[in-house]
Structure formats: C-alpha cells, structure tokens
Design a protein around this ligand. Sequence first.
Ligand SMILES: [Zn+2]
Length: 488
Amino acid sequence: MKRVFALGFFLVSITLLFWAAQSSSAGNEPTMVHSEFSRCEPEILTSDEPFFVSATDREMAEKEWDNFRNYADHTRIIRYIPRMTIVRPLSDEENMSLRDATGRRNFPPDSYVPVKVMGLRDPRAFDNMASNRHLARRVDPCTARTSRCPNNRRLESVQIGDVGLIFAQSLKPAKDFNFIVTENAQFLNLPETVMNSLRGKTVRVATRDGKYRARICCKPDSPEQCITNYIFQVIGSADSAGRRIVEREVAMAPRQCESFLHALNPVLRSQTDAIRSLVTYVQQTQGFQGVRDLEFFDSVGLVKVPLDYRRRIEAGHLGGNAAIQMGPGTHSFHYTPDDYHSGDAFNDPTSVCAFVNVIRRWEQICPDANCAVGWGNCYHPPSWGVHGSHGSKYCFDLRPITRDRDTGGVTVYQRNYDRENTQRLVDLLTRAGGVGIFNDGSYVNMFFDDSRVNGVRSAPNADHSDHIHVCFPADRPEVQNACARGLQ
Ligand SMILES: [Zn+2]
C-alpha cells in the first residue's frame, strides 16, 4: 500500500516563474507554515487529493446527504454525511494503524474511500429543510432506497473528526471549489499573521494543468519525516476576463493543519462572487457572522434569500399561526405563510444577490413602509405541483405596491393598488436585468397584468393581476452587474 508520491518529483514545475509574473506583492514564495519541516524539495505537481468535498452519487442525486459507513465494515451505514462536507483521505499510516485497531483484515473495496470528517455546513439549514413539507424528503436519511434506519432510529449526522468510508463517486476534488474561510475560526497551530491573512477570505487550492501544486518538505535532522504541503491561494474577486488576483500563497499540509480545514466553507467556483456579496450584505445589515449563516440547497445549487428570523409578523387574517418572515431589507417580507421554513425562498445565488440589491435600492427610492415588497414563490420544481414556471432557479413573484400597507396582497383592480409606485418598482427591476422567461427559454418582458404599466406583458393562460413574475437569469450581464455593483 505504499503510494509513490515521489513520482511527482520528476514533474519539475515552472510555476514560480509564472506566479512571479502574476502577483504584484513582494516575495512570491508561498509562506511555509510548518517551519519544522524546513528542508523542501522544489515544487511539484501531483494528482493526490489534499481533501474532498462530499456530494452524493447518482442514485442519491435528489438528496442533501449521503451514507457514511463503518470503517471496518462498508456494509454498515452508521451516519449520514451532508453534502458539501469537507473530508480528507486517510494516509497509508493512518489506515495501517486503524486496520490494527479495528481488527479489519483488508483495506475496503476500491469503491469506498476511508476519510476523516474535517468541515461541516451549519446544521440549521438542514434542520429547517427537515421541517418544510416540500424539502423534508431530501433531508430524511430514512427515505433512500440505499439507506436503512437501524431499529427505526434515524441516522445522525457525522461530526468533525469522525472516521469512516464514503462511496468514491460521492467525493468531489478540492480543486473544483473555492472556499470562504470562517471569520471567527480558531486555527490552532497557525502563526497569527498567517491566520489573520486567511480569516473571512476566499481561498482555493492552487493547481496547474489540472494537478495540485505541492512541495514535499522534510525535517532536516530526520529526512524520513516528510509532509506534502499544498499551496492555498488567497484570492480576490474576478476581473473582467474572469481571472482572480492572488493576494497571497500559503503552503500547508492538510494533516498538519486540520483546524484550518474546519474553517473552510466550500462554494462553487461560478457562484463565489454572488455568495460573497450576500455574505457582505448579511454582515452589514443583519448582524450575521458570515457564510455559515446562509442556507444552502446544495443538490440544486441554490441559496436562500436572507431572512431575518428574529423579525416575524403574525398574519392574523390568514388564520392559524401563520407568520410572515421579514427580509431582505427593512420592510420587504416573504409572504408564503403556509411554508414556515421557506421552502420556496431558494434561488440561484446570482439571482438572489440581484434581488437583494433591488430591494436595497428600492428602500432608498421609496423608504415608506407602504412600499414594502411582498415576495415569494422562488424555486419550485414541477414535482411540487404549484408554480410550474418557477423551476428555472431565477424567478420571483412580487406583489404590486399598495397605498396602505396590507400584507395580504392586492390586485390591479383594487383601490389599494398603487400604480405609480409599482411602475417605479418595475423600472428598477428592468434595470436589474429582470425579465420573464418563455417556455422556449427566450427572455421577454416580465409578466404583470396591468397594460398601463410600461415594461411588462401579460402571459398567456396565467393570472398575473396580483403579482409581478420577474426572473433574474444568472447569464444576463445586467443581472451580474446588479449583483456585483448594486443599483444606482
Ligand atoms: Zn410567477
């Protein structure tokens, strides 16, 4: 079982020259964190994964979790592992000693990978989904064909430090992601200057030609003791050509800095800037800590519109204990009261980001509470049976503006309907790239049944007299702009 990472030695890289040209900061050598391993070989390229991000295999594609199996017996499912959990592969030495400790005779089949759990999403989002009638199925570890609930007891989530087996096809390589570093994390064993240069930043694991840049370093007095450092890059936002400025490079070995892996929050590369914008928003306005407060719907690649769970309006006229959740902004609210945990408040991160910026600007244009925007009906897959046109991940329903505040909504035929302010809102939505999407995928004016409002159209076979159906497709430059730069 001796893995020959020495192979990489032959691939002497020219990356240092390349990075010298890319980086504007003085001193282009990566900061070497593990100073006791001071005898370093030149940089190499390796295919060995520093760590993985868990997904689910094809059979579990609709699930927000996958099976986590007993290290010594891959047929036994012991926990569930949520999507986007960070795990690192066990080293050969760790496998050797675990094999002895667990009495296991052989290594597990190749289709299972022995891993240690290194980083978890905040469990609140998962719990919220479990109490939502549309989403509960996706987070119930007992509903999958491949899962068993032993003695009818629900599986529990893995915890940091757990060791077990994961189906190989449920693991995605670290290089496919960027990582937002938790702000208030404790990085044990890291020098303070290094910690401070990483907190709250976006990092990635440096690659070249699809392989990881790495440096093998050994202790000077015992050349047998070596570690493989990977290069972590602190990156800024993308320029117009999609390239990112590298602020700093830090060389670390995942096994030697587990506390750093605990603080990494994976985000898809294409969604990084939108999610960063949302993080900035919730930190500035809602007193949130950061990325761990956002709720993700990972199997579909969505994020929830940030809601302020501390501010709720009991909506008496709706009966029961229905509650309206406030946010984003000061006055806007999510109106779907039968859906307490907001199953339909998720959308594509760029669309959510553009929508949040629309609301922020709108509350400057019309700060009055009467101008509150009631919104809802975001992502709805066809299987939910309602709002079939909301499967695109880009669309929202917004209620027209009212003259007197009424959280119950209004139609364009009612006296309480405020056409003038609704027109101003439609103008803002248009500037943010808001459109309607036809069945063939083409973009048209957003749907709203008031022919005296400019910039909207009626949709055939649908009543849009009490809401504006607006979509912010992530591929539209206006939408990307509204997300990245906000609206003036
Ligand atoms: Zn709609």
